[in-house]
Design a protein around this ligand. Structure first.
Ligand SMILES: NC(=O)c1ccc[n+]([C@@H]2O[C@H](COP(=O)([O-])OP(=O)(O)OC[C@H]3O[C@@H](n4cnc5c(N)ncnc54)[C@H](OP(=O)(O)O)[C@@H]3O)[C@@H](O)[C@H]2O)c1
Length: 374
């Protein structure tokens, strides 16, 4: 993303470049992205936070998942999926392009750093290096411009290979926005670990680097991030898993380089709307991890009757409906997938718009619960 002196409101949609990239044929989808092999928690193993028992406790606040196969709303989803599958340029029947270029597209976010960030992208948690490479290649082929990885995912090299392949095929580096995160076990050596991420990604610079979760010496980690910005290694910096204004301010108040955004668990069952109001008041944004409920929650979320009814009314899938809700709410969404069909499906959210009534119905789902506890 090119640095521009535009305010967030003035910032023009950059998504037009997405359409041009759809035809690149990078091979990721043609080869078929491997399904996600592993599962578990983003941070729980080496981050030393959630344990399987605490994870169960967190999940106990959420009603037991129903199987998608037995749900009538999923039947509606399947029907909707048929309607919306096929051409990547398929519209929802309302004449709007699905690829992020029409009037229902969502403008890029103008970060406090002055760099713009797409509001929609792909996540790579649980994907191996090879799986991440295939998924990111497939995503870029489908017009995605934002990729989320982390040191902890151990797939930065695969992500970097996919981005470089896209560049070799003619994609502009400025058209791709890559996020990584410093993992807590590296907080004592944050500056060195940023250099390691740069080397693994090997794409020149990192668009956005986050503190993966609160730790014991966050100020020192933040200073290392600020130094990486000054050195031109990283363009924007932010935080993850800070859920209250007080937590957010713990970094925002000491920051010399402003906090670009906070990436948190966020979905219809656990909405960060109050934090969002606060953060946006400071010029920041909320980015949603587990936008579809994550691997622990996606089946329940896709079987939700309220979401199913809204999806059916728009002729879209439940996943597309949830993702449209994220971006229409002002969040940045990064659904993870190792499935090329899902990757293609998930970006087709710019050809329909949720009504005020739809948004109110989804707002009423808030509080059902989280799927993790970090
Ligand atoms: N900062 C943090 O602490 C943190 C924590 C968690 C995640 N993250 C980031 O946020 C990203 C998103 O979270 P996530 O990937 O864990 O969860 P998610 O995007 O909410 O859900 C991923 C799950 O949804 C499935 N899925 C995706 N699209 C689908 C579709 N259209 N229909 C049906 N199922 C679909 C995927 O299966 P398939 O593979 O079969 O498509 C996968 O099982 C991560 O990938 C990661 O980059 C950050």
């Amino acid at each position: 993303m090119t640095k521009r002196d535009l305010t967030r409101r003035e910032f023009a949609i950059v998504g037009a470049t997405a359409a041009a990239t759809v035809a690149l044929g990078l091979g990721g989808c043609a080869q078929g992205a491997a399904p996600a092999a592993s599962s578990g928690s983003d941070t729980e193993a080496s981050l030393g936070r959630a344990t399987s028992s605490s994870q169960s406790a967190a999940h106990s606040s959420v009603p037991a998942p129903s199987t998608p196969d037995s749900s009538s709303s999923v039947a509606a989803q399947a029907a909707a999926s048929e309607q919306s599958s096929g051409s990547k340029d398929a519209s929802a029947g309302n004449g709007q392009p699905a690829d992020g270029t029409g009037p229902l597209a969502i403008a890029d976010k103008m970060l406090a750093s002055g760099f713009a960030m797409p509001a929609f992208g792909i996540g790579t948690w649980t994907l191996s290096d090879e799986e991440a490479e295939a998924s990111v290649a497939c995503a870029l082929e489908n017009g995605y411009r934002l990729v989320d990885t982390a040191q902890y995912y151990r797939n930065e090299e695969g992500v970097g290979r996919a981005v470089r392949a896209a560049m070799d095929a003619g994609r502009d580096r400025e058209d791709i926005f890559v996020t990584s995160k410093i993992m807590p076990s590296s907080y004592e050596r944050a500056a060195e670990s940023i250099d390691e991420s740069l080397a693994k990604l090997d794409i020149g610079y990192i668009d956005l680097m986050l503190i993966h979760q609160p730790g014991s010496n966050d100020e020192a980690v933040w200073r290392a991030l600020e130094e990486s910005v000054a050195a031109g290694k990283v363009r924007s910096i932010g935080i993850s898993n800070y859920y209250t204004p007080e937590h957010y301010d713990a970094i925002a108040n000491i920051a010399e380089v402003p906090v670009a955004l906070v990436q948190n668990e966020n979905h219809p069952y656990y909405q960060n709307s109050q934090l969002q109001s606060y953060v946006e008041g400071t010029g920041g944004f909320v980015e949603s991890w587990y936008p579809l409920g994550g691997r622990p929650g996606v089946a329940q979320m896709l079987a939700d009757e309220t979401l199913g009814a809204i999806a059916a009314a728009h002729g879209k899938t439940v996943a597309q409906t949830i993702l449209r809700w994220h971006v229409q709410s002002g969040y940045i969404a990064i659904p993870g997938s190792g499935n090329p069909d899902h990757i293609a499906e998930n970006i087709q959210i710019f050809d329909f718009e949720l009504t005020e009534e739809d948004m109110a119905s989804i707002a009423a789902l808030d509080g059902i619960g989280r799927f993790e506890n970090w």
